[in-house]
Design a binder for this molecule. Structure first.
Ligand SMILES: Nc1ncnc2c1ncn2[C@@H]1O[C@H](COP(=O)(O)OP(=O)(O)OP(=O)(O)O)[C@@H](O)[C@H]1O
Ligand SMILES: [Mg+2]
Length: 253
């Protein structure tokens, strides 16, 4: 579904150029859920943003569903296959656009027909229901806003979702609801996930495999089962597991 090969991403121009990602390589199979973890500033969001075409300075190879992505822009076909959900549902929705307007606009942009039926179906799919259709963001809780952001991402009927800390701006009780929703949606729609989280227990719960990043480099790719068992091959991974506050691998006493 996704292949990233020797991806290097930088910001700015020489002599002030900062390289945020150095030679990252990983692949996602169709239907897989793949996590990216690592300390703050290690380049996780940068990888997602580069895949989504939001950063101009990159080299290497990004292939989505067999199609090579060009350096400067992504076309409509790309966004029909790949959608992104951001961390902050407060910042990602326009305050003066109703839920209906947001979803209708996205559906029209994708050239979809039967807009009314699709909006109702999307709201059902994310557990909101049609009663939320004409609300504005300020009339929604954080969790409800994130459900709207997920509905907007699903409107294009994508196959790959790029999820950047999709629950970390939310209250702990709401986090589990949104994670369960994402897990259900993946099953129902056969989606592939590339998910960033600083919370290892979220990745352990949601992902099949993960990459551990440190200072812009992938130091290890491991099965999530190893993370759940508290086993990393690289010392940095072990350090991260041990440092992860509140995370208790089941395999340990
Ligand atoms: N627009 C930008 N211009 C310049 N440097 C940037 C920009 N965006 C990110 N960076 C730098 O790139 C590096 C990687 O940042 P990135 O946001 O990918 O980290 P992250 O792993 O997502 O961290 P966090 O867990 O805090 O979200 C950091 O050093 C950051 O300062
Ligand atoms: Mg980030």
């Amino acid at each position: 579904m996704l292949s990233v090969a020797d991806l290097t991403v930088w910001f700015g121009q020489e002599p002030d150029r900062v390289t945020a990602v150095h030679g990252a390589t990983f692949d996602l199979a169709q239907g897989e859920s793949f996590g990216l973890v690592g300390e703050s500033g290690s380049g996780k969001s940068t990888i997602l943003r580069a895949i989504a075409g939001l950063i101009p300075g990159w080299s290497g190879r990004i292939t989505v569903d067999g199609r090579d992505q060009r350096a400067d822009r992504r076309d409509r076909a790309f966004f029909r296959t790949v959608q992104m959900v951001f961390q902050d549902p407060y910042a990602s929705l326009h305050p003066r656009h109703s839920v209906d307007a947001v979803l209708a606009e996205t559906l029209r942009l994708q050239g979809m027909d039967r807009i009314d039926q699709r909006i109702v179906k999307l709201l059902d799919d994310v557990g909101l229901g049609r009663g939320f259709r004409f609300r504005y963001p300020h009339q929604l809780s954080g969790g409800q806003r994130q459900r709207v952001a997920i509905a907007r991402a699903l409107a294009a009927e994508p196959r790959l979702l790029l999820l950047d800390e999709p629950t970390s701006a939310l209250d702990v009780s709401v986090q589990a609801e949104i994670l369960n929703l994402l897990a259900d949606l993946r099953d129902e729609h056969g989606l592939t996930y590339l998910m960033v989280s600083h919370d290892l227990s979220v990745i352990a719960h949601m992902c099949d495999r993960l990459a551990v990043m440190q200072r812009g480099r992938i130091v290890e790719i491991l099965p999530a089962a190893n993370l759940r068992a508290g086993q990393g091959a690289q010392p940095y991974t072990t350090h991260l597991i041990e440092a992860s506050a509140g995370y208790r691998p089941e395999a340990r006493p």
